[in-house]
Ligand binder design. Structure first.
Ligand SMILES: NC(=O)c1ccc[n+]([C@@H]2O[C@H](COP(=O)([O-])OP(=O)(O)OC[C@H]3O[C@@H](n4cnc5c(N)ncnc54)[C@H](O)[C@@H]3O)[C@@H](O)[C@H]2O)c1
Length: 344
């Protein structure tokens, strides 16, 4: 099997993770980096990969089979559209784009052209999250009743030196909550309805610093997501899972799934159930669910290769990612309205 040729468009923070992912995945090779930033040029030199200041030169010179679009959000759709028109498979970072209409436009263009489109909701490739999904889908928790998610962390003050990060173009709902919404959809099933409250009372910026979202799943299960980027707290997936080496790891749990027969916490996959008699007067027993350690960025890149070869359907296609975007965008709407937003 010869390696599929992949171009990397945008080599900032997440672009580097893709570079490392591709280095660990069989069957794919990064053949060029397109990014006007001098830091990206230096990165390309470090890895001995040809560098281009823009994506068109990369496409002309390297003729890749696929490309990763890891640029700022506003460029996701225009660049991905060009790739699709040229018949080049796309792995575009999350969010698929900033607007639901544009997300659907991109998803439809890929479907019509029959060009593979994968969206980089990388947590779906994490074996811990996959194991949790299996526990729910196989009924090992009994009937899922409620999910509790803590996404509580502290962004340093310097993060907000850039003006746009204090505006509604940024904020933890758009930047961070989208991962939790996608995780809940992937693990627990489709979301039917949300309610939310938001607050900016600590930082006092235009954008929220804190949000609590209530979720009702189509299955009838319910959930809460507590999100804040202004608290001295260890409870979040990013700092508990060890997925991203940039964050020191906290030995805590951040996600809790409770069912009629058993409950499990993530990322530990510590599962609790009654060994014999049930009820709060009897002791629960815990066990650790086993899982294989796999780097989700490596697995995502392996999967992208398999999608390009037609061996696997995309784990997250454009339509799926647009659903996650629609629900995430509705959180601010629900908070503003003070009422539920129902998804048809
Ligand atoms: N999956 C995740 O967990 C995750 C994490 C972080 C960011 N992201 C997403 O990845 C994308 C990039 O985020 P980031 O944090 O890496 O940003 P970043 O600012 O670190 O990197 C973006 C890079 O794109 C480059 N760029 C800008 N215009 C370009 C163009 N026309 N052609 C080629 N390159 C161009 C910039 O020079 C920069 O190097 C965003 O959509 C973000 O939401 C996803």
């Amino acid at each position: 099997m010869s390696d599929l040729k992949i171009g990397l468009i945008g080599a900032g923070a997440i672009g580097r993770a893709h570079l490392a992912g591709a280095a660990g995945a069989e069957g794919v090779e990064i053949v060029g980096i397109a990014d006007p930033n001098p830091a990206a040029q230096a990165l390309a030199a470090e890895f001995s990969i040809p560098w281009f200041s823009g994506h068109r030169a990369l496409l002309d010179k390297t003729r890749p089979d696929g490309a990763i679009v890891a640029t700022p959000n506003a460029l996701h759709v225009p660049i991905s559209m060009e790739l699709i028109a040229a018949g080049i498979a796309v792995l575009v970072e999350k969010p698929i784009t900033d607007s639901v209409d544009d997300g659907l436009r991109l998803a439809q263009a890929a479907a019509q052209a029959r060009v593979p489109l994968l969206v980089g909701h990388h947590r779906r490739h994490n074996p811990i999250i996959r194991a949790a999904r299996s526990l729910v889908q196989d009924g090992q928790l009994g009937r899922l009743v409620c999910a509790t998610v803590l996404a509580t962390f502290l962004k340093p003050d310097a993060y907000f030196d850039e003006t746009w990060r204090r505006t509604k173009a940024a904020g933890p709902v758009l930047i961070n909550l989208i991962h939790e919404i996608d995780l809940l959809r992937f693990v627990c099933g489709e979301i039917a309805c949300i309610q939310a409250v938001t607050s900016n009372s600590i930082r006092g910026f235009e954008v929220e610093d804190t949000a609590v979202t209530l979720v009702r799943f189509e299955s009838g299960a319910v959930g809460t997501i507590s999100l804040s980027d202004t608290v001295a707290s260890p409870w979040s997936w990013d700092t508990a899972s060890g997925e991203n080496a940039a964050f020191p790891r906290n030995d805590v749990e951040s996600h809790f799934l409770c069912g009629t027969d058993a409950s499990v916490a993530l990322p530990t996959l510590r599962m609790w159930r009654y060994p014999s008699e049930r009820g709060w007067f009897h002791p629960l027993r815990d066990e650790m669910v086993r899982f294989e350690t796999v780097n989700p960025y490596v697995e995502q890149m392996r999967h992208f290769g398999a999608v390009m070869r037609g061996e696997e359907p995309p784990v997250c296609d454009g339509f799926d990612a647009t659903k996650t975007l629609r629900i995430t965008a509705a959180v601010r709407q629900a908070a503003q309205l003070g009422s539920a937003v129902v998804f048809g």
